[in-house]
Write a protein that binds this ligand. Structure first.
Ligand SMILES: C[S@@+](CC[C@H](N)C(=O)[O-])C[C@H]1O[C@@H](n2cnc3c(N)ncnc32)[C@H](O)[C@@H]1O
Length: 222
């Protein structure tokens, strides 16, 4: 395996941003994705009082809608340049005023540096679909001690049936793999990773772009 995801290829972000492709490299679908995802976040408990951490926020495809809707919005991504490109080109002035650039933190290791411990809700949309299971494990394991007030994380993954080996075709045609990008897991594996990290995870049967599956995960009582 050369790279776990296309994002990890040397120079990937520099070239894509130079070519003006900040919308494409987070998956396109800039109207459809927020239209589908935002109501589901509300359905699953995101409120205007929440302090939201958007993990792997990319060019702020969701963040540009979420920042004005919550009490505080923070974002991480492997590329701060990508988040800044979204800030500069995709946000209107009122949203820019609500989202200082120092709330956009480069973090490819899921250690959440320089984020206040006031975070109550976390989101990682279409992030672990692009990364091996170890990253989901690291991201969840580090969340618990870092953010004592965290109520819930919502994340997505591609799933394959239990016992399935090899590539799997998702409902809208994307072919995913157990050992390379785009990655799939079994539901049991996702919930086991969450439990090991101190969360109770539930899969939800919503129809999402590319057939990814939404999970909510809540901290288990200590
Ligand atoms: C498909 S995009 C989704 C972006 C955003 N969540 C959205 O829905 O618009 C996947 C994002 O994961 C980010 N990413 C990839 N590897 C990462 C890592 N190791 N740590 C943090 N972010 C990462 C990419 O830079 C990219 O912005």
């Amino acid at each position: 395996m050369k790279h776990p995801s296309p994002y990890a290829a040397p120079g990937f972000y520099d070239k894509a941003l130079r070519d003006g492709r900040h919308r494409d490299i987070v998956g396109g679908r800039w109207d459809e994705t927020p239209r589908i995802v935002l109501p589901l976040l509300t359905l699953h408990g995101l409120t205007p009082d929440d302090h939201l951490l958007d993990i792997g926020a990319g060019a702020l495809r969701l963040g540009r809608h979420l920042a004005p809707q919550v009490a505080a919005y923070w974002a991480t991504d492997a590329s701060r340049a990508l988040m800044l490109k979204g800030w500069e080109t995709e946000l209107d002035d009122p949203t820019r005023n609500r989202l200082p650039q120092d709330h956009l933190i480069e973090d490819a290791a899921f250690t959440y540096p320089d984020i206040p411990d006031s975070i109550t809700f976390a989101l990682a949309f279409a992030v672990f679909t692009h990364l091996p299971a170890q990253d989901l494990h690291t991201a969840l394991t580090n969340l618990r001690p870092r953010f004592p007030r965290l109520r819930r994380i919502i994340f997505t993954a591609f799933l394959a049936p239990e016992g399935h080996a090899g590539p799997h075709r998702q409902p809208d045609g994307v072919v995913t793999h157990p050992d390379r990008f785009p990655w799939h897991l079994t539901e049991q594996h996702v919930t086991a990773i969450a439990t090991a990290a101190g969360f109770a995870a539930t899969a939800h049967p919503h129809r999402l772009p590319r057939g990814q599956v939404m999970f909510t995960a809540d901290p288990l009582a200590p």
